[in-house]
Design a protein around this ligand. Structure first.
Ligand SMILES: Cc1cc2nc3c(=O)[nH]c(=O)nc-3n(C[C@H](O)[C@H](O)[C@H](O)COP(=O)(O)OP(=O)(O)OC[C@H]3O[C@@H](n4cnc5c(N)ncnc54)[C@H](O)[C@@H]3O)c2cc1C
Length: 449
């Protein structure tokens, strides 16, 4: 029996969430179903059909491996099919300077290089596969939500200059207004010239299609309940089906169970993020608010909001969800998001919303992802904990994991930031309570500090 951190409602894989992406992207073709009472054989079994699992599968299959992907829902059922579509820098909950205190400057530069290569990977895939994902936005802008946070933007610009080749541009309040980036509670911005926005489901569909073309078998409604190991071989159990495999990849990120495998237990903090989308607006409505830019944006709150105008002039607004998966908590999350949206974009307070959904992103105890072998298992591997920034990094992470398993790269190529297993949370059973308290504290700091 899988042990989960949230209530069952968070893991209902028989339907897709009511997201704008599910409506605006063509449905994925049906995939294979498990045979029921029978046995399947595969060289590599991948649990999880998001960007990470599918990217690993593609790389492995392109190099001749026999690969099968198993998803409890279907490809993209998890965060990969329901995120904000920011293909951007990110992946750690710590700043580069903070990470450098533990890992050193060179290791952090290597991590930052991998983050940039992750964006390039998605960019190259879209071009090579010739898929239209409604791409827009030249980089992203971070907005100071209080005058006291303007100094942080300058600090961030220094970080980018020190650890990366990414160009940044400081924008004062007048420059923001001039560029069509006028929002309430916004005092300055830093344009970070890396990344772009996409329809995440369209990208996912392209990745899924490439996997099928390359010979990856993808099974849907295929929840793996457990696995065991005998004489160096693995048997995975999914209902009445048994799957024999030589290697396993765990690519379950925010939807991970605490006991698949046991090592994961207590090391991850899955967190809800929620998204609202409006109906398409007219040019006059956009001008009324003063937000006409295509740039994707987020604010300087610890409990940040992320937002962007979509190519058809809808507006997407996302932010922290609750820490409970009940219908009441889902509704409360919507009310909370809407209140913040109305404060920041008062001219649109009467614009109809067409969609609201949420999903699980994933933090780790160590505030960074991990890519590598699952400790205690000789051929079980994992890549997860993208800290809410997996569009690019989970894609690259899955690919790097596959290369590491194939032996085409070594541990040095992953570096210590990504290649050091995360620790366990102290008192892991209290993670949700601790998170709830942290949210209250962060909320106060965002308001008053
Ligand atoms: C609302 C929201 C907004 C976000 N916005 C952004 C953004 O704008 N930019 C960005 O970079 N990142 C964003 N993220 C984060 C990003 O979407 C994730 O980091 C990324 O999609 C993770 O990919 P993944 O493949 O590792 O995991 P997922 O896509 O979550 O896939 C995990 C899969 O594992 C499957 N699974 C779990 N357990 C089992 C099992 N036992 N058996 C079989 N299958 C199983 C699940 O069904 C799921 O499909 C957002 C996340 C959310 C929730």
């Amino acid at each position: 029996m899988l042990k989960r951190i949230y209530q069952p409602a968070a893991y209902q894989t028989d339907t897709l969430p009511d997201s704008y992406w599910a409506e605006s992207a063509a449905p994925l073709p049906d995939c294979e179903r498990l045979p029921g009472d029978g046995t399947l054989k595969t060289d590599i079994a991948i649990i999880g059909g998001g960007y990470c699992g599918l990217s690993a599968a593609l790389e492995l299959a392109e190099n001749g491996a026999n690969v099968s992907v198993f998803d409890a829902g279907r490809s993209g059922w998890g965060a990969s099919g329901r995120n904000g579509g920011f293909c951007c820098i990110g992946g750690s909950g710590k700043s580069y300077f903070d990470l450098a205190k533990k890992f050193g400057t060179d290791a952090v530069k290597q991590f930052a290089r991998i983050e940039c290569e992750a964006i390039d990977l998605v960019d190259r895939r879209l071009a090579d596969w010739n898929i239209d994902v409604d791409r827009h936005s030249d980089g992203e802008v971070v907005l100071a939500h209080k005058p006291s946070r303007i100094a942080e933007l300058h600090h961030e610009a220094k970080e980018y200059a020190h650890f990366t080749n990414i160009q940044t541009e400081f924008l004062d309040r007048d420059a923001l207004v001039e560029r069509g980036l006028n929002a309430g509670e916004t005092y300055a911005g830093l344009h970070v010239k890396a990344g772009f926005g996409i329809n995440p489901m369209k990208y996912l569909a392209g990745l899924h299609e490439q996997c099928i073309r390359t010979g990856v078998r993808i099974f849907e409604q295929a929840k793996i309940d457990r696995f065991d190991e005998t004489a160096g071989k693995y048997t995975l159990y999914a209902g009445a089906t048994q799957i024999e495999a030589n290697k396993i990849i765990i690519a379950t990120n925010g939807y991970s169970a605490e006991n698949l495998p046991d090592w994961i237990g207590g090391r991850l903090m899955p967190v809800f993020s929620g998204i609202l989308v409006t109906r398409p607006m007219g040019d006059d409505e956009l001008k009324e608010q003063g937000w006409t830019s295509d740039l994707m944006a987020y604010d300087s709150r610890i409990l940040l909001h992320y937002f962007r105008k979509l190519p058809d002039n809808r507006f997407l607004f996302g932010g922290r969800g609750g820490i409970t998966a009940t219908p009441a908590a889902f509704d409360a999350g919507k009310r909370d998001l809407l209140a913040n949206f109305n404060r920041m974009f008062p001219a649109w307070r009467n614009v109809d919303l067409t969609h609201h959904w949420n999903g699980l992103a994933c933090l780790s105890q160590s505030w960074r992802p991990y890519i590598g072998r699952v400790p205690g298992h000789h051929d079980v591997w994992t890549a997860l904990a993208w800290h809410g920034n997996g569009v690019a990094l989970a894609s690259q992470g899955g690919k790097l994991l596959a290369q590491r398993m194939l032996g085409t790269i070594g541990d040095d190529d992953l570096g210590t930031v990504l290649g050091t297993p995360m620790d366990k949370f102290p008192l892991p059973g209290l993670r949700r309570v601790a998170r709830s308290l942290a949210y209250r504290y962060y909320g106060l700091r965002d308001r008053f500090a």
